[in-house]
Design a protein. Structure first.
Length: 277
């Protein structure tokens, strides 16, 4: 009887997940299908399959939307931010996990308070600071902000992970003459790869998809990232859905491919983090 009940609950659960997945994927599927249609097809049969796979929409969207330049800008902003996030989070988290210094607890709580405040709350002072630094229309302005706002969560995850590692490894390295910097990057860094991978992947997706900061900080057409470029493009061609849907697919593809390639690291990182004290 218990087995029958478990089986019934399992079937219901999988059925619900399947229905929700189909509801989520249907709009995505229609966007993909409409990106291969001509303008006449969209007007007459917007909800049907395309008669042929027309690739002209992608060429038009890529050229008129200046997405080649936007792709380079997104790679610069995302890549630069991730490099800074990687090193600064390790440098900041390690002392909180292993070192003893005055005011450590209060400083740690002050740092973690940044998690409670979304970036939107600070958008006006951030823009003022970026303007005073002369970083408007400069990728460095975005890299600076994304890195700063990643540190509270990164320090929390990494420091807790390090605390779960056996301290004997570091003690042995210290006896062999290993200094603090070498300890962080040659001994500890390889051990925290699961949580670092998760942190980098999540930040990569969030930074790549961010729209608010780029439309405020990057105001010229040649400085826009992919999401900001899509908004600009869709405003110009808001009645030509074949171009807009093609542009949506273009900016979505890099992160879809990235997530597919890295999803194993995300799962491993979350699973490893779940069992650390």
């Amino acid at each position: 009887m218990k087995n029958m009940r478990k089986k019934a609950l399992s079937i219901c659960g999988y059925s619900l997940i399947t229905v929700l997945a189909l509801l989520y994927m249907y709009p995505v599927f229609m966007v993909l299908m409409n990106s291969f249609k001509t303008s006449a097809e969209i007007r007459t049969s917007g909800l049907s399959m395309p008669e042929s796979l027309y690739l002209g929409n992608y060429v038009t969207a890529w050229v008129k939307g200046n997405f080649g330049r936007s792709l380079i800008n997104s790679i610069i902003v995302t890549g630069g931010s991730l490099v800074a996030i990687y090193f600064l989070n390790i440098i900041t988290a390690y002392p909180f996990a292993r070192m003893k210094f005055a005011g450590k607890g209060a400083l740690f709580m002050l740092l973690l308070s940044g998690i409670m405040f979304p970036i939107q709350m600070a958008i006006i002072p951030l823009f003022g600071m970026i303007t005073r630094l002369g970083l408007v229309n400069n990728p460095l302005g975005l890299i600076f902000v994304y890195t700063a706002f990643s540190i509270p969560m990164g320090v929390l995850l990494i420091s807790n992970f390090i605390k779960g590692l056996p301290v004997e490894i570091e003690e042995a390295a210290s006896i062999d003459g290993c200094g603090t910097v070498r300890m962080m990057f040659q001994i500890v860094r390889p051990l925290i790869k699961p949580v670092m991978s998760t942190l980098i992947i999540i930040n990569a997706i969030n930074i790549w998809n961010d729209l608010l900061l780029p439309i405020i900080v990057l105001t010229t057409k040649d400085s826009k990232t992919m999401p900001a470029g899509l908004m600009y493009f869709s405003g110009q061609y808001n009645t030509q859905w074949e171009y807009v849907t093609a542009a949506v697919i273009i900016i979505s593809l890099p992160m879809i491919i990235f997530y597919i390639l890295m999803q194993k690291d995300i799962v491993n990182g979350l699973a490893s983090g779940a069992v650390k004290s």
